[in-house]
Design a protein around this ligand. Structure first.
Ligand SMILES: [Zn+2]
Ligand SMILES: [Zn+2]
Length: 287
């Protein structure tokens, strides 16, 4: 079966319920949102009726509650060398996970950390330590997803080995899994442009981690070439990756029930176009 959960990162300027409703009108069956500003440490407390209002919108639109995803703040760095920044990061991520548990949003995607010159091994150890601690403090019902990165700057997790290491160091708690971003892995050097390279890259992921650990996919084409380690999203089929990879993705039986979320530019006009492309490719024969 082709993919069933296709959607986009929806702007939340008019609130979370509105983001869900507008997502539905442009063809989404999966929705990603920010529950607070991604550029700020502080977050407003939830209104007392926030989770009720969101649940109403989810029910009304028929969106699968398991296809709701949140993205954490970009400021969070669990291996920041400055202990104060590290503590703020842990607190902000714990708060986001707790808020999502309250809102019944099952997944929170995080970039986890950048080692800022400390070295990858030390960075991974620090991230693992913080992650073990914070996952013990959060309520049930929410899973933290570590996102694959493009490897920009000193970001960790641009290699599948990093994610495998974090799962090993944390002993794979049940509330920890992975979000794979097609643009990021491509910019990091994993080719997916043809059926053969797509299969080889996912076979490598499967060998090191297991594709069943991927709970959400960020579906973005790339403005930058393979291995450039620069994270610039492009519209699907218009970038360096090209449409074959996305056709393979929406026909990949492993991801039939995995939320596949577009995070491309010009949300107001282009999300609908990109989401529709995915549905079209899903409706066509396998590549
Ligand atoms: Zn992403
Ligand atoms: Zn990105």
């Amino acid at each position: 079966m082709p993919a069933t959960l296709i959607g986009a990162h929806m702007p939340t300027g008019k609130g979370l319920p509105d983001a869900v409703r507008r997502g539905k009108t442009i063809g989404c069956t999966a929705i990603q949102i920010f529950t607070s500003s991604p550029q700020q440490w502080k977050s407003k407390p939830l209104a007392p009726d926030a989770s009720e209002k969101l649940a109403e919108a989810i029910q009304e639109t028929g969106i699968d509650p398991q296809a709701m995803v949140s993205h954490d703040s970009y400021l969070i760095n669990l291996c920041a060398p400055d202990p104060e920044k590290q503590a703020m990061s842990r607190e902000a991520l714990t708060r986001e996970l707790t808020r999502c548990a309250e809102l019944k949003i099952p997944y929170v995607v995080s970039h986890m950390g950048a080692h800022l010159g400390q070295g990858e091994d030390i960075g991974l150890e620090m991230v693992a330590e913080q992650t073990i601690g914070l996952l013990q403090e959060i309520p049930d019902g929410v899973t933290l997803l570590m996102e694959t990165t493009a490897g920009q700057g000193s970001s960790l997790n641009y290699k599948f080995e990093h994610l495998a290491k974090l799962l090993e160091l944390t002993k794979s708690p049940k509330n920890l899994a992975i979000c794979l971003d097609t643009c990021h892995i491509f910019a990091a050097g994993y080719d997916i442009r043809t059926k053969e390279t797509y299969e080889a890259t996912f076979a490598e992921f499967d060998r090191l981690i297991g594709c069943e650990v991927i709970k959400v996919i960020h579906c973005n084409d790339s403005k930058k070439a393979l291995g450039t380690k620069v994270d610039r999203h492009n519209h699907l089929g218009e970038g360096e990756i090209g449409e074959t990879a996305f056709r393979c993705l929406v026909h990949d039986a492993r991801f039939e029930k995995t939320p596949i979320v577009v995070e491309t530019p010009e949300a107001d006009t282009m999300h609908e176009v990109n989401v529709q492309r995915l549905w079209n490719w899903a409706g066509e024969a396998k590549p």
